[in-house]
Ligand binder design. Structure first.
Ligand code: ADP
Ligand code: MG
Length: 706
């Protein structure tokens, strides 16, 4: 294959209409104009758009593209596209022209009525618009349909309300930029022009054999197994994490990397994760909006490439009970256009007033909006992780690490800090190993929000979710804290004194959010409750934070969401929850009724027949084992069937509820436990029934035979 002989720098960004390509292909004036528009957020004029569109089309056609699409991220969690070919009406000579205008580049008009809108738009007002986001480069996706020119866009209703992830994310980036610049100016910085939020997200996923996947209706319909007994081996040996990568998986990863690099996605790290068949891929961090686009491309690429390799990629947060689920650690920081990372403490954080102010603002932001931040990571699959003592707990707290925790303690105790802990030399006891300095801070894997050197790592985000919501919330809550701080400091007569006092006040007021211990322990749950920190266990219970008064006030103040948009989003969340669980419940009903129960009945018949035939042949033969098995299996079969009847009943009742919030609660309180009640006897049955009769691949087959 031709690609494999090319070097990475040759293929990187090959399919992206990136800055270098634009500089090379656009007339100089147009290029400069476009850069200015992007940099300063100005309106795009039609003349510039026409030139850009023309060149983009020429470039795409050279790469074999026949179609273009406005590529957007509605509230479905995945991306949407509708392809249009470049051909225009046949000319008189029967030929067609290939054209693409500035207008087509800037604006699209998909029928919005079939996307979730939470009542924002009645179906008779189906109009929705997609608008080009010039801050995220156009790219070419190579599908079986042929190469498609994809134009990243924002998606809004006819009345301008956001129907997507991109619009509010861009608004939140603007908000945090504006407020961060205010703070920087107070510290005498006159040179930085912009502050950008950046994100690097570590994507976890499972890979299983596609043939086996196709034999599991639950995986097909819901992305997770709704039944399944644990095999003799799970993850207890810790032999998968960072283990050497098997050839089949290695070939897959190579293909994934190359596909992503072509798309300009800086895929960087790959390794096996904790659970068997689980892996991780992390890119180098980028501007939040681009990182969000790229994460969607990453998820899509993982699935597509898996298919080509006879594999199936599972992005669900909890495909298998009993082994770890998947998350997407969201590494977040704020950087100026001239390269200053506001979250970099430097060597001596205790002297770095700007950093300490930023830090204390983040403590305040996270403490004030803990429930909202928790909500931003809520999705249906994540309910299996958060609070289920594997991933971060459902309680939001901040881990600072030894060095910062010590500085914070000094400030609380004496009003200011006079030293910072330093990293020491690492002693291996082996003279041939090079000496190096270890970090001043160890890692903590149990914290949902951890300081990791020069960034915060928000670890609650689910593997399948868009990183839109968490970053919208992060940017906005921090913008609010910055804004409050700037309001106060701009009025101060003595700036140094005022900063000092404000840092101390914020740290003292919000110290309850700092927790450096084991987030998985039961003591923490008790301690957190004493501290008054919210412990929100389910997605349904998390949703109200979206429309709480303080959330609405904040989002409106910074122009990120209107109250109407928030109400619509909360409606979409309730609806999504109810629908997804409903599909899971119906899938369970389907496979238990049509596959599991019939299989178990067959097996009981085999046991009964064997008792009869064995005793017929040898009347004195001992058939007590067969009898015991038959009794045990029959008992569990009855239990399973009873539980199934109950599930059928509550599923129907919940589905009949019209109002979405009530339906979500009924689903959460009744359907979810009813599903668990079905699962218990079924998983026990799986351990008893002859494997030949069990109607689908087991956990062992799925997790260990890839
Ligand atoms: P860890 O093992 O600490 O989780 P990784 O090497 O897996 O670290 O990287 C985590 C992610 O954090 C990567 O995507 C990386 O690019 C990203 N990252 C590193 N520095 C920053 C930063 N300043 N801001 C945002 N993300 C960052
Ligand atoms: Mg990591």
């Amino acid at each position: 294959m031709e690609e494999t002989t090319k070097s990475v720098d040759q293929i990187f960004g090959e399919n992206v209409f990136d800055d270098a390509t634009m500089q090379q292909r656009l007339p100089r004036k147009t290029y400069q104009k476009l850069k200015e528009i992007i940099r300063e957020g100005k309106d795009l004029d039609l003349e510039t758009a026409n030139v850009v569109a023309h060149e983009m089309k020429e470039w795409a056609i050279e790469k074999g593209a026949t179609h273009y699409t406005h590529w957007f991220q509605p509230l479905t969690g995945v991306t949407a596209e509708k392809h249009d070919s470049f051909i225009t009406a046949p000319m008189e000579n029967g030929k067609v022209l290939m054209s693409f205008s500035g207008k087509e580049l800037i604006k699209g008009e998909p029928d919005a009525s079939s996307f979730p809108s939470g009542g924002l738009r009645a179906t008779f007002e189906a109009r929705g618009y997609t608008a080009w986001d010039p801050t995220s480069p156009a790219f070419i996706k190579e599908n079986a349909t042929g190469p498609i020119l994809c134009i990243p866009t924002a998606f809004c209703s006819y009345t301008g309300e956001a129907l997507d992830q991109k619009t509010p994310l861009l608004r939140s980036m603007e908000a945090v930029n504006k407020q961060a610049i205010r703070l920087l100016r107070l510290f005498g910085n006159t040179t930085s022009q912009r502050v950008t939020s950046s994100v690097g997200c570590e994507q976890e996923y499972f890979l299983i054999d596609r043939e086996k996947f196709l034999q599991r209706k639950d995986l097909i319909y819901t992305g997770r197994t709704v039944i399944g007994a644990m095999p003799p081996k799970g993850q207890e040996m810790d032999d998968h994490y960072f283990g050497s990568i098997r050839e089949r998986i290695g070939a897959f990863m190579k293909d994934v990397n190359e596909t992503l690099w072509k798309l300009g996605v800086p895929a960087k790290t790959q390794h096996n994760e904790v659970a068997p068949a689980q892996h991780e891929l992390a890119p180098i961090y980028e501007t939040s909006s681009v990182a969000m686009d790229h994460n969607q491309l990453m998820m899509e690429t993982l699935k597509k490439v898996a298919y080509r390799h006879g594999l199936q990629c599972l992005l669900h947060e909890k495909p298998f009970d009993g082994v770890n689920g998947s998350g997407k650690h969201n590494n977040w920081s704020l950087t100026t256009d001239d390269g200053i990372n506001l979250l970099d403490p430097g060597k001596t954080p205790h002297e770095n007033m700007q950093f300490l102010l930023v830090l204390s603002c983040i403590l305040k932001a996270v403490d004030d909006h803990a429930a909202l931040l928790r909500q931003s990571a809520a999705d249906v699959g994540n309910d299996h992780r958060l609070g289920a003592s594997e991933a971060p707990p459902a309680i939001i707290s901040i881990y600072l690490g030894d060095q910062l925790a010590d500085v914070v303690d000094q400030i609380i105790a004496t009003g200011s800090a006079d030293h910072s802990l330093e990293g020491s030399k690492l002693m291996t006891g082996v003279s041939t190993l090079p000496d190096f300095m270890k970090d001043a801070t160890d890692r903590n894997r149990t914290s949902p929000f951890a300081f990791t050197g020069n960034k915060f790592e928000f670890r609650m985000v689910g593997s399948e979710a868009s990183i839109g919501n968490p970053n919208i919330v992060l940017n906005t809550i921090v913008a609010e804290a910055f804004s409050d701080a700037a309001d106060e400091l701009e009025k101060a007569d003595d700036f140094d004194l005022a900063v000092h006092d404000l840092i101390r006040k914020q740290i003292i007021d919000h110290q309850r959010i700092v927790f450096n211990g084991n987030g998985y322990s039961d003591e923490w749950v008790v301690e957190a409750e004493k501290r008054g920190l919210p412990n929100i266990k389910t997605m349904v219970d998390a949703i109200p934070a979206l429309t709480a008064d303080d959330s609405v006030a904040m989002f409106e103040k910074f122009g990120v969401f209107t109250k109407t948009e928030l109400e619509s989003r909360s409606e979409v969340e309730y609806e999504t929850y109810s629908k997804k669980i409903n599909i899971e419940a119906k899938t369970m009903i389907d496979i238990i009724s049509k596959q599991v129960i019939p299989a178990v009945i067959k097996y009981t018949t085999v046991l009964a027949d064997s008792i009869t035939s064995v005793t017929a042949a040898v009347p004195s033969a001992d058939v007590s084992t067969q009898r015991e098995k038959l009794t045990e299996v029959s008992k569990l079969l009855t239990e399973a069937n009873k539980a199934l009847e109950e599930l059928v009943k509550v599923q129907k009742e919940a589905e009949a509820i019209e109002e979405m919030e009530r339906r979500a609660h009924a689903t959460c309180d009744k359907v979810v436990p009813a599903m668990a009640a079905v699962r218990t006897p079924v998983d026990e049955l799986e351990m008893l029934v002859d494997k030949e009769y069990w109607p689908m691949p087991s956990y062992g087959d799925l997790l260990f035979e890839v």
